[in-house]
Design a protein around this ligand. Structure first.
Ligand code: GDP
Ligand code: MG
Length: 734
């Protein structure tokens, strides 16, 4: 297999011709490509009896089809299929030159990088770590000075070896294009490869990218080869394009270019390139990054931003939450006064209005937090946070890509574990991926938020934002510690390298923020109206059946008759006998309350909660909390809705709806320590049913899903007992 083709590709003025001449000497000839005035230069080189056939491609910055040079370069690469591409890059202009490199990667031809002009780079105070660049990109990188021929031999040795033997395990990473493009890209790629559309010429992912970039040549070819599929792909592209136009005021090509530049800038900042400050031309984005990702200032800024976000969310949502709460209370009162006492009224008021309304009242805080997160995301700040946390993630055996998964799962508060678990797909190592999936449940998803908001509002009203900061720190710390534990025990294995994208900073558009916020808030409201409604009704039923037997009810009726007859002292006697303790003020309402509590204890849910008290008393939870926690397995909001129903039912059969927070504060079994312990337990225990199912699917086995159920609940229990017992010993919050 002699005469293998090697292509030389690079930007204009990167030193391509110099390198070509150095390699081929006099053995070259020049012609024109058919139909265009672009020169085609070919040459030959012999090494140890092995002949290389080298073609010098026209110099281009990109492989889009905007100029004849680009078209020709692309043509040669895709139709003549060289065995290797030597990509010559100008080391003194690396960021711009690597843009072409990324596109060469996507063509799927093995690439060897000639890091040229290193003498010029050094002269300008730019230091490039070729070894690090090679490790990060997973392709060979050979420093050269084309003008003097330095590095030529090594370059050719590597290139001819790959031409002979293939690239083997050498292969560059896939460039991520962000949450808007990536899912569509994946879907399109799957369609293209299963239909075999142009796959003889181009990799499926490349074709999909060209569709997204609206590349005329490729789309035209696609239409001819498979009109229906092509129309479908174009429709998919039109949908993303429309979404991007509305939210970010840009096009898919724009996003793709941004992510490529972001990828390069993250790569160069991750230890590949060092510049002496004097030689530095800093752009605004780079200048901002200097401060924002600074070793000391960076984390401080991150903390401040988070604090500001929580402060803004809690203070801003305070009034609307109160309006909604009193609105639902008023609604409850209206229903209460229109309907006769009975099961229907109880279902509507206690089951539905208290249960679902209790959650919906917290929608404003969700909206505020989602808005803040959309701002951080759209502005490009979140990518910087990932950049800073990369080293931390590594320390705990996780991967930089775990950051986005955590973020989606509620890293700031208000995400969801289901898309979070799915976001781990970008992780290539299965152990890193599992460790991430199994710890995402510790993040503060949107479902936990109303539970926190209520308990913080009732017991830590003076320091809401600080509490939320503390909870965020605790959930990250727990996720890291548990991940480290898993990665040093059952999920051992090496770390894989991570490349960060740093898209440029942008001022988010108001429209984009509103749309992003609305999309997420609506999902939340819809969940409250469907799943949560159904589970609330189920738990209402569990709390109402079986009903108190006739004989027990007769006792309460007797008490009421006694009171009605004005024989209060006798009633006291009855009450004392019943409860085994002396009674306080005895009124008809108090007897109603006693009866309601007795009925609740008698119900299925009540019995379950009471049975669980044997274990949960070590962390200070009474039976009503237990019922709520059992309900929370279906969705963590349920903790709140069941607590509302349980306390409202336990109060009395009638009387106006009182916010749960006020009821808990008035209840002697509750104090800040119990509230804090419950928050921690809610944060850590078993992920909700939907995310467990999702985990099973993504991990490919129920074993891991079951593991997470048992493991997380154990962790939660241990932490809750520790916190509660230590708190009591030290007398904190009781
Ligand atoms: P092309 O446009 O990519 O073909 O680049 P050329 O080979 O024509 O080189 C452009 C200019 O850079 C020429 O003046 C070369 O002499 C010079 N040059 C090429 N490689 C190097 C190098 O490694 N170091 C230095 N200092 N100059 C180089
Ligand atoms: Mg040239």
């Amino acid at each position: 297999m002699n005469d293998d083709l090697i292509a030389l590709a690079g930007n204009p003025n990167s030193g391509k011709t110099s390198l070509f001449n150095a390699i081929t000497g006099a053995h070259q000839h020049v012609a024109n490509y058919p139909g265009v005035t672009v020169e085609r230069k070919e040459g030959y080189y012999s090494q140890n009896g092995y002949d290389l056939h080298i073609v010098d491609l026209p110099g281009t910055y990109s492989l889009t089809a905007y100029s004849p040079e680009e078209l020709v370069a692309r043509q040669v690469l895709t139709t003549e299929r060289p065995r290797v591409v030597i990509n010559i890059v100008d080391a003194s202009n690396l960021d711009r030159n690597l843009y072409l490199t990324l596109q060469l990667f996507e063509l799927g031809i093995p690439v060897v990088i000639a890091l040229n002009m290193i003498d010029v780079a050094e002269g300008r105070g730019i230091e490039i770590d070729a070894g690090e660049l090679s490790r990060k990109l997973n392709v060979p990188v050979i420093p050269t000075v084309a003008r003097s021929g330095r590095g030529k031999e090594e370059l050719l040795a590597v290139a001819s070896r790959i031409a002979r033997e293939g690239a083997g395990s050498i292969g560059p990473p896939q460039i991520p294009y962000g949450p808007d493009i990536d899912p569509v890209l994946q879907e399109m790629e799957a369609k293209i490869s299963s239909a075999g559309l142009l796959t003889g010429l181009y990799p499926a992912r490349w074709t999909a990218l060209k569709y997204l970039e609206s590349d005329e040549e490729i789309v035209a070819k696609g239409r001819v080869a498979a009109p229906e599929l092509s129309a479908e792909l174009e429709k998919m592209v039109a949908r993303v394009a429309e979404h991007l136009r509305k939210t970010l005021d840009t096009y898919p090509e724009g996003i793709i270019a941004d992510y490529r530049y972001g990828f390069i800038s993250g790569l160069l900042k991750s230890g590949v390139m060092k510049r002496k400050p004097a030689a530095d031309r800093l752009y605004l984005s780079d200048r901002m990054d200097r401060v924002v990702t600074h070793r000391v200032a960076g984390p401080l800024i991150m903390g401040l931003i988070l604090y500001a976000l929580y402060y803004f969310a809690f203070t801003g949502s305070d009034a609307p939450v109160k309006w909604l709460q009193s609105g639902f209370a008023a609604l409850g009162a209206v229903v209460e006064s229109t309907l006769h006492p009975g099961l229907l009224r109880s279902l509507l008021v206690r089951g539905i209005i208290d249960g679902v309304g209790g959650i919906l009242a917290f929608v404003p805080i969700i909206i505020f937090i989602f808005f803040g997160i959309a701002f951080l995301e759209d502005s490009g700040y979140l990518a910087r946070a990932a950049f800073m946390l990369d080293r931390v993630f590594r320390t705990f055996g996780l991967h930089g890509s775990s950051f986005m998964a955590y973020m989606v799962g509620g890293g700031i508060a208000g995400g969801c574990g289901v898309p979070g678990v799915m976001a781990t797909r970008t992780l290539r190592s299965s152990n890193e991926r599992l460790a991430t999936m199994l710890t995402i449940g510790f993040m503060n998803c949107g479902a936990k938020l109303p539970v926190y908001a209520l308990l913080i509002g009732a017991f830590f009203a003076k320091s809401k934002a600080q509490m939320m900061m503390l909870l965020t720190l605790i959930s990250w710390a727990m996720a890291f510690l548990v991940a480290k534990f898993l990665r040093t025990t059952i999920l051992r294995g090496p770390n894989t390298p991570f490349l960060l994208e740093l898209p440029p900073y942008r001022l988010p558009t108001a429209r984009g923020l509103v749309i992003h916020t609305w999309e997420r808030a609506w999902l939340y409201v819809r969940k409250a109206g469907t799943v949560i409604l159904a589970v609330s009704i189920l738990f209402w039923a569990l709390m109402n059946f079986p009903r108190l037997p006739e004989s027990k009810r007769a006792v309460f009726d007797a008490q009421r008759r006694v009171i009605a007859a004005g024989l209060a002292y006798q009633a006291k006697g009855v009450e004392a006998q019943l409860a085994g303790k002396p009674a306080g003020d005895l009124t008809a309402a108090a007897i109603d309350g006693d009866e309601a509590r007795a009925a609740l204890r008698y119900s299925l849910a009540g019995r379950m909660g009471i049975a669980l008290e044997r274990i949960t008393r070590y962390c200070g939870f009474d039976w009503r909390t237990n019922v709520a926690l059992v309900g929370g397995v279906a969705g963590k909001e349920i903790v709140l809705s069941v607590l509302s129903t349980a306390y409202a039912m336990g109060r009395s059969g009638s009387g106006k709806t009182v916010p749960l927070g006020a009821m808990l504060k008035a209840d002697p079994t509750w104090n800040p320590l119990v509230a804090f312990t419950l928050i921690l337990f809610t944060m850590l225990y078993v992920p909700c049913v939907v995310s467990v199912v999702c985990l099973a699917k993504e991990a490919g086995s129920w074993k891991w899903a079951m593991f997470s159920v048992v493991f997380n609940t154990t962790v939660a229990f241990v932490v809750a007992v520790l916190v509660y017992q230590v708190g009591r010993l030290l007398g904190i919050g009781i």
